[in-house]
Design a protein around this ligand. Structure first.
Ligand code: FE2
Length: 339
């Protein structure tokens, strides 16, 4: 993980956001942001909170349908009964008359706290830069047997990296002037413009970074290749001191996983605060943890509680009733965990 972090900063933001593109050889292997099995579970559980799932497929050779605002049809969504992406792909392909497909989910990290924590650790070195430039971290995952990016050659206004999780991918980049006199139809046929492209082959395990406003498309090979994109868009600056703290506590991911259920705790249960999600008193009767703002009365007791849980492991029975109620609140938000 440490090697993956160092490699990441070196390629993405050595001094400023790097220009052009940079290969991150073996980054995914070293960082393991998630496994295909974890990802399948996220899909099969259904899009959580702000996540949206899109499904595109060909309506004629190499022309992808445009879903636009329509919801994804239930039969195009992975289901637990598929057992994995092999089963999903076989079921869906049987209904598409041989057309290739692209299944896409925005913010997949919201579906798994483990995945979210892993991604946080990976992008943590950029925190200061993200805060200074008012940027957020967003994720998108792509699954499919499509040969080229369904929406063709395009630019995005923010830096990003794409990770090849499975299947071989090729990143294609072009210098701006090349597309100046080309039509929208040209952009939908990247295969006619390969001679002018900078090509970067990415076997599963590699990643690539590219700069904002850089013309790009991807091609892939293999059954249901899987790729994860991590992007860093600019967002409106925080409008209050509490919002600054909230974003910091979510490590600049705009969306965080939903809370987990409360559980019964034995009196002797040991707990520990999570250094990745510290509980911070923001003043004004407010408290920030794990990307959320809490309004809890009784700041003096709260201060004692925060000092207690941030320090070292503690026992449920060591706390008074107020403290135990707070353990329940912060356990459900992942700021405290059982040891
Ligand atoms: Fe893009």
């Amino acid at each position: 993980m440490a090697r993956a972090r160092a490699m990441f900063v070196d390629a993405v933001h050595p001094n400023d956001w790097a220009k052009g593109h940079r290969s991150l050889l073996g980054w995914v292997q070293a960082a393991a942001p998630f496994s295909p099995e974890e990802l399948f579970e996220i899909f099969a559980a259904g899009a959580a909170g702000p996540s949206v799932v899109f499904f595109n497929y060909e309506v004629s050779k190499n022309v992808f349908s445009r879903q636009e605002g329509a919801p994804t049809k239930p039969e195009h969504l992975p289901a637990a009964s598929d057992g994995g992406f092999d089963g999903y792909s076989a079921r869906v392909k049987a209904t598409l008359n041989g057309a290739r497909y692209c299944l896409r989910m925005t913010e997949p990290h919201v579906g798994s706290h483990e995945v979210y924590e892993r991604l946080i650790r990976l992008v943590a070195p950029l925190e200061g830069i993200l805060a200074a430039e008012s940027r957020a971290v967003r994720t998108t995952v792509f699954v499919g047997d499509y040969e080229y990016t369904p929406f063709g050659v395009h630019v995005d206004p923010y830096p990003q990296i794409q990770c090849a999780i499975s299947g071989e991918r090729t990143a294609l980049f072009w210098d701006d002037p090349y597309w100046a006199d080309k039509s929208p139809e040209d952009r939908l046929a990247p295969w006619n413009h390969l001679a002018a492209a900078h090509e970067l082959k990415m076997p599963a395990g590699d990643a690539v970074y590219w700069a904002p406003a850089y013309e790009h498309a991807f091609s892939s090979r293999g059954e249901h290749a899987i790729a994860l994109t991590i992007s860093f868009p600019e967002v409106p600056p925080p409008d209050s001191a509490v919002e600054v703290l909230r974003r910091k506590s979510a490590h600049h991911f705009l969306n965080v996983p939903p809370v987990r259920s409360a559980r019964e705790h034995a009196k002797g249960q040991l707990f520990c605060g999570n250094p990745l999600f510290p509980i911070t008193i923001a003043g004004d009767g407010k408290l920030v943890a794990a990307g959320r703002i809490f309004e809890i009365s009784g700041i003096p007791e709260l201060a004692a509680f925060v000092a207690r849980v941030a320090d070292s492991p503690f026992r449920y029975s060591d706390l008074d009733d107020t403290g135990r109620a707070l353990v329940d609140v912060f356990y459900t938000h992942y700021a405290i965990d059982v040891v």
